[in-house]
Write a protein that binds this ligand. Structure first.
Ligand code: UDP
Ligand code: MN
Length: 237
């Protein structure tokens, strides 16, 4: 309802695109100019900034924690955020980055899956919540953000999905078509992947929202402005 009146009054929502990042230079070199051209063309009135959040090399990659850090840094300058993998490029106007008052999946049709609808491996519900998603600040806050505890590839995205459900939030899906840049695939049988799957199961039976934004700790090592409204921030987790 509030969103409706805001729209009526011409309120302009500000978007922060948060990109989890480490050691994908070729992808980043393609991603930034592509998005800087795509977004104004498809959404002439969109107010957006891009934050690349880089993790240092020592530990296993932690996408969820990086996104919590990105949100904490960007939140005063935005009304909603987009978690955007660096290797996913929107193809056409099916990719809609405008404001949604719900957690919303954007990357639903991927070229690497032959544009079949991505439902996630939890096919029962349409619970895929990865790749490119948007969420308003207030919903992200209610969910207590991502978990900080998934180190290495793993279901941090499913965990956030379930946090949102637990808090009574409803999901939306937009039917965006995306091109995926190629990279070496994670070994899904690795110990860290299995450990993360177990962690999700444990969380589902406990208080899934208990850690996240509320206990986030990190150090910013470097902040650079790559070009107007594109920031590159290196953090130590
Ligand atoms: N990522 C990264 N470096 C890594 C691992 C992941 O930059 O070593 C970021 C990047 O934005 C990537 C996203 O996290 O698109 C998701 O990871 P990945 O592409 O490995 O997952 P998948 O393709 O299996 O969803
Ligand atoms: Mn990928």
């Amino acid at each position: 309802m509030i969103a409706f009146f805001k729209k009526l009054l011409g309120f302009k929502y500000r978007l922060a695109i948060l990109v989890p990042y480490r050691d994908r230079e070729a992808h980043l070199a393609e991603f930034i100019p592509y998005m800087k051209e795509f977004l104004p063309k498809r959404h002439p009135n969109l107010i957006f900034q891009i934050y690349i959040i880089e993790q240092t090399p020592e530990k296993l990659f932690n996408r969820g924690k990086l996104m919590n850090i990105g949100y904490t840094i960007a939140k005063e300058n935005c009304d909603y955020i987009c978690f955007h993998d660096v290797d996913m490029l929107p193809e056409d106007s099916s990719c809609n980055y405008s404001y949604s008052s719900h957690p919303t999946q954007l990357a639903t049709y991927l070229d690497r899956w032959g544009y079949r609808e991505v439902l996630g491996s939890w096919v029962v519900q349409k619970s895929y919540w990865g790749g490119v998603t948007i969420i308003p600040n207030d919903c992200y806050q209610i969910a207590n953000g991502f978990s900080n505890d998934y180190w290495g590839w793993g279901p941090e995205d499913k965990d956030l999905h379930d946090r949102c459900i637990k808090q009574g939030l409803t999901f939306k899906r937009r039917l965006g078509r995306y091109r995926c840049l190629d990279h070496k695939r994670t070994d899904k049988a690795s110990p860290s992947v299995r450990k993360n799957a177990d962690l999700l199961q444990t969380r589902l039976h406990g208080d899934i929202c208990k850690e996240g934004l509320s206990n986030l700790e990190y150090t910013v090592l470097e902040e650079k402005t790559l070009e107007p409204d594109v920031f590159f921030i290196t953090v130590d987790l």
